[in-house]
Ligand binder design. Structure first.
Ligand SMILES: [Zn+2]
Length: 140
């Protein structure tokens, strides 16, 4: 296990993040391990473990971990207001999320980045939007 400590350092968390490359397999594993080791974690971004790169790990409806590299939200439908908690922020905060959205991202498969495009909805869409905000250096 290479679970990392989750940081709250705003200076790091609001920094611009670099793109991930095919060399970031260890980062993907660290994110998966950290989500697994953190109680109630549904989504943890690379900058939350001190690595300012555009990646996060989220759990799907079956609690399976997935890592997204370089995610970009492409289409978003059905906005709603939500109150979210974050391991890096002390107070819950209000945000606008979308019930359905399309994401373009890279997945690391056998040492290579494979571009993906997928639609998500409901809870999974919401935690992915939270993760994308982190990769954009957006905290609240
Ligand atoms: Zn968060």
């Amino acid at each position: 296990m290479a679970a990392k400590k989750i940081i709250k350092d705003e200076k790091i968390l609001t920094q611009a993040c670099e793109d991930c490359t095919a060399e970031d397999a260890q980062l993907a594993q660290d994110l998966i391990d950290t989500v697994a080791a953190t109680e109630d974690a549904a989504c943890i971004a690379a900058n939350q473990i001190g690595v300012t790169k555009r990646a996060f790990c989220y759990l799907d409806d079956d609690d399976q971990p997935h890592v997204m590299f370089n995610p970009v939200m492409k289409r978003a439908l059905a906005p709603f207001k939500a109150v979210e908690e974050c391991f890096s922020v002390d107070e819950p905060h209000k945000v606008t999320r979308f019930q359905r959205m399309m994401v373009e991202y890279d997945e690391l498969v056998d040492g290579e980045l494979v571009p993906r495009k997928r639609e998500f909805r409901d809870w999974t869409a919401q935690i992915i939007q939270h993760g994308i905000d982190h990769t954009n250096g957006k905290l609240v």
